[in-house]
Design a protein around this ligand. Structure first.
Ligand code: PXP
Length: 249
């Protein structure tokens, strides 16, 4: 079974900081704590409107953090130039709409093949591991493969928004997509809306290599502290992984 990494998204530490201006709480300090608590990577989304993470945060994260940095970015020339300058370990291309509250839906890699090709090629040429944030859909996986992206991140928002039996089809789509993507030679990640209460069935998908989780961890940090919130998430992921192993022949 593929080991499952936890990427901690620190965007909303910056959201709280920006509510008052100034420097507190510092997302880079949060990234250091996350490393201490067992995160395998740090994820940050530099949005066009800089509503949370700023350019300075990206510079500091590149310089001060030992963990691999996964830069979430829209496919724009501005973001491409920033990524090529700072060369994060990975870049996850996400769709971005100015008016949205968070990343709604996956990238249409199939419909935007020609537009995305240049971004995937230039990032890959700079040794940045490119990931495309897509829905659990065969067409999108095929498009990622034909674009030459080594990684896809499956959007877990639909799964996370549903409960009980209603979420089973969304979970099955994630299971099928993880299997299909891996068979195509892609590394498969997942994220969006995951919590300790809903992460289990996703973490149990054996082909998944990484989960990127942010909003819940930062919210939970208010109650139990960031390190404890991350430890609890790590434990929930590990428990789910172990239970899959024990039911497999
Ligand atoms: N993965 C991607 C590509 C995202 O855009 C986001 C949200 O920024 C996440 C994961 C994390 O989602 P959440 O903050 O809901 O855990």
């Amino acid at each position: 079974m593929t080991p499952l990494r936890l990427g901690v998204n620190i965007d909303h530490v910056a959201t709280i900081r920006n509510a008052r201006g100034g420097g507190h709480p510092d997302p880079v300090a949060a990234a250091k704590l996350a490393a201490h608590a067992g995160a395998d990577g740090i994820t940050a989304h530099l949005r066009e409107d800089r509503r949370h993470i700023t350019d300075t945060d990206i510079i500091r994260l590149s310089e001060e953090i030992d963990l691999p940095l996964n830069l979430e970015m829209a496919a724009t020339d501005e973001m491409l130039a920033i990524a090529l300058k700072h060369r994060p370990h990975a870049a996850c291309i996400v769709p971005e709409k100015r008016e949205e509250r968070t990343t709604e839906g996956g990238l249409d890699a199939a419909g935007q093949h020609n537009r995305l090709k240049r971004f995937v090629d230039q990032l890959s040429g700079a040794q940045i591991r490119v990931s495309l944030f897509v829905e659990a859909d065969e067409r999108q996986l095929e498009a990622a493969r034909s674009l030459g992206a080594p990684v896809v991140e499956l959007h877990t928002g639909d799964y996370a928004n549903l409960e009980g039996a209603a979420r089973e089809p969304a979970l099955q789509s994630l299971i099928d997509a993880a299997r299909m993507g891996t068979a195509m030679g892609l590394e498969v990640h997942a994220g969006h809306g995951l919590t300790t209460a809903n992460v289990g069935p996703v973490a149990a998908i054996p082909e998944l290599a990484e989960l990127n989780i942010g909003h819940y961890l930062i919210g939970e940090a208010v109650f139990v502290g960031l390190e404890e919130a991350i430890r609890r998430m790590r434990n929930a992921m590990d428990d789910a992984r172990l239970s899959t192993q024990s039911v497999r022949p």
